[in-house]
Structure formats: structure tokens, C-alpha cells
Ligand binder design. Structure first.
Ligand code: F6R
Length: 243
């Protein structure tokens, strides 16, 4: 695991965007695993700028997102479909038929999970997986538990995740209680993993994930077993790491 200290959120975002940019330049047909939330926003802004300047071309790339809330249609402004359109997809030239996000409205979530894993397999797996980290060290919506969930699965969000995501909804009651999340198999089989973290509120989770025991109680700790993980974090997020 390579840990890179960024000066601040913008520096973290530019460094991470550079890595994604290099990936696309070296392999234009890359499969990018993408995340939502506050952590990747600056990365998307930077990638859009480079795309607009003509330095980046996503026309051959494929994307697979980590997760989606259950019960929110793609048109709902708080869905992750909408988040990705607003913050990335509407501004770059990824081909719509190569953009994949779990369908939170699928009438049969179990079938949707199987379909999603099939899509990832048919793409040949993920070349570069971008991750944020939750306060409870979740990645995707792989919440702490007794075991690591291997496959894409429906998950009951924890109180900590609901509390953290209330900022996007206004009231905790409005945050969906269930989501569909990519499982640990697809994440850990990604050829490269890039995790970004910013702010003191991520310090505990980051330290436990990078330096604590590998345990499903700390989902991101599984990344210690991966051979190509880069963590880019600012000083506050790294403040509890024994570096
Ligand atoms: C988002 C996702 C989550 C977030 C995590 C951190 O698709 O899968 O694991 O990365 O909750 O969220 P932020 O970046 O908003 O702090």
C-alpha cells in the first residue's frame, strides 16, 4: 500500500486525477470503477477540465459505479445516477452504453446484483477502482459486519452511514435505508485501487484500515491484502496514521 500525503483537498484531487488521467492515456479502453460522495468531486472537476482542454478522451472507456440507493429512480436528484450525471458524465465523452450503475429500482434486487456482477465480468474486471472511505471504514456500501460480502449485494445502511449521508437529503428520514453495493470481490480484483480521503473525520477509519488488523469490522482493511493500492490523503485524514 502506497500512502501519499496531499497538502489539502485540492492537492489530493489533482494528484488522484493525475493517476486516473495516466490510466486513460496508457489504456484508453480502461474500465474505471467510480465512486460518488464528496471525496471524488474535486477529481471529477479536474478530469472535466482536462477533457475540455482536449488532454483527455474517455470515448473508449467503460465505467462501473460502486453503488446506488434502493428505491430512488435514476431521475431522482439524490440518486447516484443523478450525482454522476451532474458531476461527471454530462461533461465528458464516456459513451452512455458503457456507463454502468446498479439499478436501485430493480423489482428483483437479487437478480439486479447478479446482473451487475455479470456486467463487471463481461467488461473484463476493473482496471482502476476509485474509492472514498466511510467514517466506519466502509468502501462502496460494504458496511462493517461479520464477514466480507463477496458479490454485489443489497445492504442495509448503518446508522453512521445514514447520518453521514443526511447532508445530501436534508432529513435523516429521507435517506434510503437500503442500497445495492458492489462486493469485495470486484473491488479487490481491480488491477489498481486508488483511495482518497480528506479531513479529520476520516482519520480513525483510515488509520484502522491501513494499519489495523484485516477484519470485516473495518471493511477497508481488506485493501491491505491488495498488491496495488494507492491512498492519497491530506494531513488531517492521515493524522492518526503511524507515519
Ligand atoms: C460512494 C461510496 C461511499 C463513499 C463514502 C465516503 O459511492 O461508495 O463508500 O465513498 O461514504 O463518502 P464521502 O466521500 O462523501 O465522505
Amino acid at each position: 500500500m502506497k500512502i501519499i500525503r496531499a497538502k489539502d483537498y485540492n492537492d489530493m484531487s489533482r494528484k488522484a486525477a493525475n493517476i486516473i488521467s495516466a490510466q486513460i492515456i496508457l489504456k484508453p479502453e480502461s474500465v474505471l470503477g467510480l465512486a460518488t460522495g464528496s471525496s471524488p468531486l474535486g477529481i471529477y472537476r479536474q478530469l472535466i477540465q482536462w477533457y475540455e482542454k482536449g488532454d483527455l478522451d474517455f470515448s473508449e472507456a467503460t465505467s462501473v459505479n460502486l453503488d446506488e440507493y434502493c428505491g430512488l429512480p435514476a431521475e431522482n436528484g439524490q440518486s447516484y445516477h443523478a450525482f454522476m450525471r451532474q458531476n461527471f458524465f454530462d461533461h465528458v465523452n464516456l459513451a452512455p452504453h458503457r456507463i454502468h450503475i446498479p439499478d436501485g429500482m430493480a423489482p428483483d434486487p437479487a437478480a439486479e446484483c447478479l446482473r451487475y456482477d455479470r456486467i463487471i465480468a463481461e467488461c473484463g474486471g476493473i482496471d482502476l477502482q476509485l474509492l472514498g472511505i466511510g467514517h466506519n471504514a466502509h468502501i462502496g456500501f460494504n458496511e462493517p459486519g461479520d464477514f466480507f460480502s463477496k458479490h454485489t449485494h443489497q445492504v442495509a445502511l448503518t446508522e453512521s452511514t445514514i447520518a453521514a449521508n443526511t447532508r445530501f437529503f436534508g432529513r435523516p428520514e429521507e435517506v434510503p435505508r437500503q442500497a445495492i453495493s458492489m462486493g469485495m470481490q470486484a473491488i479487490t480484483q481491480a488491477r489498481k485501487i486508488l483511495l482518497v480521503a480528506s479531513g479529520a473525520d476520516k482519520a480513525e477509519a483510515l488509520s484502522a484500515s491501513c494499519f489495523g488488523p484485516v477484519t470485516p469490522r473495518v471493511p477497508a482493511s481488506i485493501l491491505q491484502l491488495h498488491q496495488d493500492v494507492t491512498v492519497i490523503a491530506d494531513g488531517e485524514a492521515l493524522s492518526k496514521c503511524p507515519l
